[in-house]
Write a protein that binds this ligand. Structure first.
Ligand SMILES: C[S@@+](CC[C@H](N)C(=O)[O-])C[C@H]1O[C@@H](n2cnc3c(N)ncnc32)[C@H](O)[C@@H]1O
Length: 172
């Protein structure tokens, strides 16, 4: 008599870091995954504090926290993509993710921020696919190569605002 044993294989999803707040939609296409909001929240409100970070070198996953400092988020916040019409701000001085000031966030919307609001010169530039039409800036490589006028459309972290001011004064 022959016995056949079948072994079930399951793909284990990583444990969500923010199960009440963020849903990560994972794509088999490299760099095409994204974070989506599970909640609605008013403009300007605090969505979460940024915790559990570690200092790092500049990388496509890192976020700039100061002129010469970068961190790894070590959470599902890393899946927040860039948008030229973002839904949230990453405030790396107060370590907060807040809804943008000009509109409310609706459950189901992507959690996106304007990468040049934290990054001066990015490690891995890309052609933006945010789909924001005329608002889309095209190639995203950090604040350094965007005009002061364009940057003026967005909330900026203090380190980026400072570097823009220095550039204006001819020191950067
Ligand atoms: C920190 S990761 C964000 C999560 C990433 N989408 C993933 O699947 O791992 C940053 C990378 O995501 C991609 N990305 C983020 N926003 C994008 C956008 N608006 N257009 C095109 N690619 C984007 C770029 O490859 C970028 O280097």
């Amino acid at each position: 008599m022959t016995t056949t044993t079948t072994t079930a294989t399951t793909t284990q999803e990583p444990t969500p870091s923010h199960p009440a707040l963020i849903q990560v939609n994972r794509s088999p296409i490299p760099f095409a995954s994204g974070a989506y909001s599970l909640v609605s929240a008013p403009a300007g409100s605090l969505l979460c504090k940024i915790t559990g970070t570690t200092p790092s070198k500049k990388a496509y996953t890192s976020v700039q926290t100061g002129r010469d400092s970068h961190i790894e988020l070590n959470s599902d916040l890393v899946y927040c993509n860039h948008s030229c019409d973002p839904t949230v701000n990453f405030d790396m001085h107060n370590m907060e993710v807040r809804v943008v000031d000009n509109r409310d966030l609706k459950a189901g919307e992507p959690l996106t921020f304007f990468y040049p609001s934290t990054e001066w010169e990015m490690d891995q530039p890309f052609e933006c696919t945010c789909g924001s039409g005329e608002k889309c800036k095209g190639r995203i490589d950090g604040a350094k190569n965007l005009s002061t006028e364009v940057l003026g459309e967005y909330w900026l972290n203090p380190h980026i605002a400072e570097m823009v001011a220095e550039r204006e004064a001819g020191r950067n």
